[in-house]
Design a protein around this ligand. Structure first.
Ligand code: PGA
Ligand code: ZN
Length: 443
């Protein structure tokens, strides 16, 4: 990989500083300098509805800043990671990540902290690209061997669950626009839908600001009312639901389900596994939903397998909390017939190399993949480049407001200008869903 020359790409300094995320919580930024002058920087994001098996962020605890401070993680970067990686080739991502993983030595990255590790891994990635004089997406494509492609966005219109004080049970009510001809057109159509949703909520006296990822705050009386309003917004934007635009849901069921029991608090209903699956099935039948994430809880392997057996032939079923960007869990899910897609969150895995290993397993097992942000984000746009360079085909970064979200969509627009025509294939990621089957020939 090192076309920059071993000396110019050598890491000459690496240090962390404390910066702040979109929720006003402290987080870790790492800055890497190479001998030839190249610089790379990256910031760790933070989740709110976290999987129990994902890499653990190192936070200080105690009373200050609600226990969220990251001073220990920063000390670890400066005192342990910097000497470890000093002098290494910044373009040798695999070797850098292997050194990090080896030094941490724990399954959940508890020694160095997932936050310290992901910021370091991605800062080195940026430095490597800068040392080579190539854009980040190109560097990632060269590392991964994938042909770069522009992703199909999944964009939140209403936020819920842990991102909106549990105001509604379902976490993300999103749209995808597989029928758009370009990434730019996806943005335009989504903007119209987002506006229309806001107008409808204002008219009904239900406008109450936005949730953590910029989607409208869900002042609804039921989860179903959110779905109905979403359909109304798609129509008000001049689209026919299910034609160019489809719905995508992140149920994030681990937030309200345990031991095969599910509590829909908003509707004051307790469901068992089978009732939960039937409830979701009714939504899949009644609304143009092409993708659904974490439909059952992370501890409910039986439910995930039953759900996938029933609906996997027509809907994308994504494991987020269920798979936590973990190659072993993807293999297990494929063996069990649970899920048919994996969410790729680099900070769940800890390093880029861990994430690429997971993606490699996902591809080998016929799973689709979606690169995703977290609910706590920053101006860092690395994941836009990852989505393109890993060629995954889909990207989820939250809603269509707030700059920590828009920065990532806007970065994709810049990358689009640099990519050859044909890097965006209309609808391809949803080809195997009911939408693609109906639109045969569009992908
Ligand atoms: P999180 O949620 O970043 O709060 O964990 C995002 C998601 O569930 O996809
Ligand atoms: Zn999720």
């Amino acid at each position: 990989m090192n076309d920059a020359g071993p000396d110019t790409a050598a890491i000459s300094s690496l240090a962390a500083r404390r910066v702040w995320d979109s929720r006003g919580n402290p987080t870790v930024e790492v800055e890497v300098h190479c001998a030839g002058g190249a610089i790379g920087r990256a910031i760790a994001p933070a989740g709110a509805s976290r999987g129990t098996r994902e890499a653990v962020d190192l936070r200080d605890g105690g009373a200050a800043l609600g226990g969220t401070d990251v001073r220990r993680a920063i000390v670890g970067v400066n005192d342990i990671i910097a000497p470890l990686l000093g002098g290494m080739d910044a373009t040798a991502q695999g070797a850098v990540d292997a050194a990090l993983i080896d030094c941490d030595g724990t399954e959940l990255k508890t020694r160095l902290g997932g936050n310290a590790m992901v910021a370091t891994s991605l800062a080195v990635l940026h430095a490597g690209a800068a040392a080579r004089g190539v854009p980040l997406w190109r560097h990632v494509a060269d590392l991964s061997g994938a042909g770069p492609s522009l992703p199909l966005p999944e964009i939140q219109i209403f936020g819920g669950g842990a991102h909106a004080g549990q105001r509604v049970d379902v976490q993300d009510f999103m749209v995808m626009v597989p029928g758009a001809d370009s990434f730019d057109e996806v943005m335009e159509i989504t903007s119209e839908i987002y506006r229309a949703a806001g107008k409808i909520m204002a008219r009904r006296g239900k406008l109450a600001g936005v949730a953590d990822e910029g989607g409208w705050w869900p002042m609804f009386d039921s989860n179903e009312e959110a779905l109905e309003t979403l359909v109304a917004a798609i129509e008000a934007a001049g689209e026919t639901p299910g034609d160019r635009v489809v719905i995508s849901l992140d149920i994030a069921a681990s937030e309200f389900g345990r031991n095969g029991r599910y509590r829909l608090a908003l509707e004051d209903r307790d469901l068992d596994r089978d009732q939960m699956i039937s409830q979701l099935g009714r939504w899949l039948d009644a609304y143009p939903i092409a993708s659904i994430e974490d439909p059952l809880a992370e501890d409910d392997a039986q439910g995930m397998a039953a759900f996938t057996a029933e609906f996997g032939h027509r809907v994308q079923i994504i494991g987020d909390d269920y798979l936590v960007t973990n190659a072993t869990l993807v293999d297990r899910a494929a063996d069990d017939g649970a899920c048919n897609a994996v969410l790729i969150k680099v900070n769940q895995a800890g390093t880029l190399t861990d994430s690429m290993r997971c993606l490699e397993r996902a591809r080998a097992r016929g799973f689709r993949a979606i690169v995703s942000a977290r609910s706590g984000e920053t101006e860092d746009v690395s994941i836009s480049h990852l989505a393109v360079g890993l060629g995954v085909g889909q990207l989820k970064v939250g809603s269509f407001t707030r700059s920590e979200r828009m920065a990532k969509w806007n970065e994709c627009l810049r990358i689009a200008d640099a990519l050859p025509r044909g890097a965006y294939v209309r609808g391809a990621p949803l080809a195997k869903t009911w939408w693609g089957q109906r639109k045969e020939g569009t992908s």
